[in-house]
Design a protein around this ligand. Structure first.
Ligand code: DC
Length: 232
């Protein structure tokens, strides 16, 4: 494996396919920076909710677009955790942005072109020196069409909902499995059908269906592709 060669690893795919877990693990193994772009969209959704710009019935899109200059997103590396945490206007929002409430709003916010433009520009600047693992929905198609390695993660909706449900229950969240499944399927729909940068597999992406794989098996499969690419 060429230790000096630095590449961009783009990981896209459906929600709850273990993209973040995989991306974090790969980044740690090869000593790259990991960027969770979903956290950025979640932080914008959280901002919109706290400012009263979005709720179940209403979405003040113009208000959000007008506020975009007031939204400062940054990542700060947490050495104890081993990855960077999401900050919104200087405040650590990690504990807020993973809630089901934010999950239910985020796809709407992510469909706004002005939001995407701002976030994509920031994401592209993060990879000026390569050596990055970035996960999201449009990384291999829009953010880094030139990425050296593109992975596209899939799994059945039921398997993904079960994983997410278990994770939430383990974290003490009281929720019904069907609520989680509804969130997974409606996000799939919104993410794949939106006009701007829909979730789609890039032609040169490698698809990994991990419906019947453990986290470790998924990692080993992906790491083989990384090693192959680094030794080319
Ligand atoms: O990966 P995640 O579930 O945390 O992402 C949250 C939402 O953000 C997801 O429903 C779609 C959107 N998203 C996006 O549109 N583009 C990205 N690059 C990352 C996430």
């Amino acid at each position: 494996m060429s230790k000096n060669k630095k590449i961009i690893i783009a990981i896209d795919g459906y929600s709850s396919t273990g993209k973040s877990t995989l991306a974090k693990h790969l980044a740690k193994e090869v000593g790259y920076v990991y960027v969770d772009t979903g956290a950025m969209y979640r932080a914008v959704a959280y901002y919109s909710m706290t400012q009263g710009l979005i709720d179940k019935e209403h979405f003040n899109k113009e208000g959000l677009i007008a506020d975009l200059d007031k939204i400062d997103l940054s990542f700060e590396f947490n050495a104890a955790l081993g990855y960077a945490e999401m900050f919104l206007n200087g405040k650590n929002v990690e504990s807020f942005i993973r809630s089901i409430e934010v999950s239910n709003m985020v796809s709407k916010v992510a469909s706004i072109s002005e939001v995407r433009e701002k976030l994509v520009e920031q994401q592209q600047k993060m990879a000026l020196h390569k050596g990055i693992v970035m996960d999201g929905r449009d990384i291999g198609t829009v953010v880094f069409p030139q990425a050296e390695l593109k992975l596209f993660m899939t799994a059945s909706a039921e398997k993904r909902a079960h994983r997410r449900y278990k994770e939430m229950i383990d974290n003490g969240v009281r929720i019904e499995y069907n609520t989680v499944l509804d969130n997974v399927t409606s996000r799939d729909y919104l993410d794949t059908t939106r006009a701007d940068s829909p979730l789609v597999k890039a032609d040169d992406a490698i698809e990994i269906d991990n419906s019947d794989m453990t986290v470790e098996q998924t990692y080993i499969t992906a790491m083989n592709y990384v090693n192959k690419k680094l030794s080319e």
